[in-house]
Design a protein. Structure first.
Length: 325
């Protein structure tokens, strides 16, 4: 009688198991899921905790740069290992826990756009909850400027207050421009500028007496100071977050997508209200950051949650530079 070793028996069993597979019916692939996991990233600035939360992303054609060819824009995107066929801006608001208060800076496009885009943008509220943050616990919301991707998230999908217990801080120069009827009357009918005027009056008209105006250059809360950075809008403001020896510059839309506008500081995006002033602000801000960090203000074009804070976090809604003192 033939004696089989243990190794031979295992090999025979494996062959017997695999043999019928050639006759098994084929099955279709699994259905597409179509959505990302909740996206957020945390890091510390001294004793403060910063949570960077994705609001989604939106793509634009290559001709969004006023003074560059589509070919040059495509080449710049490819050099940064980004899709060279379109310009994609991630929207990334932040939450700062300073200990005494919970602070949101620019709450994104809002739940209405979330529904209309089938979840592509306006994700901030849902990702905020996924990050373990209750919007009812937010004490202060700071607005950098009055574009829809920075203010619409102040409201819920049914136009109620998204942060019912929060004080809303808005830059005074920005308010003065957008609430001037004379300025609104000059906006061409049907233009994006006119749309912005109407949208701001819709959003802020709902907030009533919860608004507080602030001037650039002032400390708004302990460790959070406003910085005038006009051009993208007339009263655009950035913010410095400081705790202990650590500082972070949250620049909102000074450079938009760094792969294009930090690497090519003379390029002018179509979204800037005053292109010349915006370029001056851009170059002054980035130059000051570079000098202030002793040549170490590196930038990395990536979604904030996938970028180590030491490298600097760059995105469409807020480019964050970590400064070394």
């Amino acid at each position: 009688m033939t004696q089989l070793t243990r190794r031979q028996m295992l090999a025979t069993a494996a062959v017997a198991t695999l043999a019928p597979m050639g006759h098994m019916p084929a099955h279709g692939a699994a259905p597409l899921i179509g959505k990302q996991a909740p996206s957020y990233y945390r890091y510390n600035v001294g004793s403060y905790e910063v949570t960077v939360i994705s609001d989604g992303a939106r793509s634009w054609p290559l001709d969004i740069v006023r003074n560059a060819t589509k070919e040059d824009v495509s080449t710049a995107l490819a050099a940064a290992y980004l899709d060279k066929e379109k310009v994609t801006f991630p929207y990334v608001p932040i939450v700062v826990n300073i200990g005494s208060k919970l602070v949101v800076i620019d709450p994104g496009l809002g739940p209405t756009l979330y529904e209309q885009s089938k979840g592509a943008v306006g994700q901030f509220h849902t990702n905020l909850a996924a990050a373990g943050i209750d919007r009812n616990a937010v004490d202060t919301v700071i607005i950098s400027h009055f574009h829809a991707d920075h203010v619409n998230g102040l409201l819920t999908a049914d136009s109620n207050l998204a942060f019912p217990n929060a004080e809303i801080l808005v830059p005074a120069p920005e308010w003065n421009f957008w609430w001037d009827d004379g300025n609104m009357s000059k906006a061409p009918a049907g233009s994006l500028l006119e749309t912005n005027f109407k949208n701001n009056r819709r959003v802020f008209g709902t907030l009533g007496n919860r608004l507080t105006h602030y001037e650039p250059g002032k400390e708004l809360l302990p460790g959070i100071t406003s910085v005038a950075t006009p051009g993208h809008t007339p009263g655009h403001v950035s913010h410095v977050i400081a705790s202990g020896s650590d500082k972070v510059f949250v620049q909102a839309d000074v450079t938009l997508l760094p792969a294009l506008f930090v690497r090519n500081p003379g390029w002018r995006p179509m979204f800037d209200f005053d292109a010349e002033m915006a370029e001056q602000t851009h170059q002054r801000s980035v130059g000051k950051l570079y000098r202030g960090s002793r040549g170490h203000a590196e930038t990395a074009t990536a979604l904030a949650e996938s970028t180590p804070p030491e490298a600097g976090v760059c995105n469409a809604l807020s480019v964050t530079f970590h400064l070394r003192s």
